[in-house]
Design a protein around this ligand. Structure first.
Ligand code: C5P
Length: 239
């Protein structure tokens, strides 16, 4: 099995990010760059990290009118990200525009089509938070509804917690890509993540990719932590 772990390089410091990426490069499957890194370092920073040779997940969570999201996606496609994401809450027209823009721009630039996935309900929101912004129903039902909408718009998958993975897999089918953060090996601290799962457990729950940050990046030896996780996923009985 290809290594499903994308390590989250959540730092504004380009040298620290390059150092971490280099240390863990042979023990992870990809690198995730989010708002903190990209707002500090821009496209040039993304190109430097991509120079490590691993696939990149650009976790920029686009959410705007369809025309603007399509333009944002056309702007990042030359960087050849393997995975991109948008907020499903932007609606069907926005997700369809994102899909179309990604495919057309990838063709125009001669790069592989990225996986375009949706963020459903942020895991920092609970039922009360959703009600306060006018969304009724439990968070899990809203996540499932948005995942189905994303699938119907031609998106490849969603970001979801391990706890939601089984439900979304059942609703959206075997070909839908589930990217799961909130992963904590038994030997690491849970930090501020409230709903955590072990790496093998999340894969058994149906994840295709795991996003792991601090258990690797804040370990005394990040390369060793990444190797331990890879070994855990390779153990007999692991998926
Ligand atoms: O350090 P840690 O493993 O908690 O990092 C998880 C990464 O996944 C962070 O980059 C965070 O932004 C991201 N993420 C998350 N929960 C979500 C979506 C993304 O933790 N629902």
């Amino acid at each position: 099995m290809a290594n499903p772990v994308y390590v989250a390089l959540d730092t504004p410091d380009i040298e620290q990010a390059v150092d971490l990426a280099t240390q863990v490069a042979d023990a992870v499957g990809g690198l995730k760059l989010g708002l903190e890194f990209v707002n500090a370092n821009g496209p040039e920073g993304i190109r430097r990290i991509a120079g490590c040779g691993l696939p990149i997940f650009l976790d920029l969570k686009f959410h705007d009118i369809p025309n603007t999201v399509a333009g944002a996606i056309r702007a990042v496609i030359p960087l050849a990200p393997r995975i991109l994401n948008v907020h499903a809450g932007g609606g069907a027209a926005m997700m369809t525009a994102a899909r179309d823009a990604a495919d057309a721009a990838a063709k125009a630039h001669g790069v592989s089509k990225p996986l375009v996935i949706a963020v459903t309900v942020l895991t920092s929101l609970d039922g009360d938070d959703l009600a306060a912004v006018g969304q009724n129903g439990p968070a899990a039902a809203q996540a499932r509804r948005l995942a189905l909408l994303a699938r119907d718009c031609g998106l490849d998958g969603v970001v979801c917690s391990a706890r939601e993975a089984g439900d979304i897999r059942a609703a959206c089918g075997p070909d839908f890509t589930l990217v799961v953060p909130g992963i904590r090996p038994s030997w690491s601290a849970s930090d501020d993540q409230k709903r955590v799962a072990g790496p093998a457990e999340a894969m058994r729950d149906g994840a295709n990719y795991l996003v792991i940050g601090r258990p690797i990046t804040e370990a005394p030896d990040p390369a060793d932590a990444a190797r331990r996780i890879a070994a855990e996923l390779d153990e007999p009985g692991a998926p």
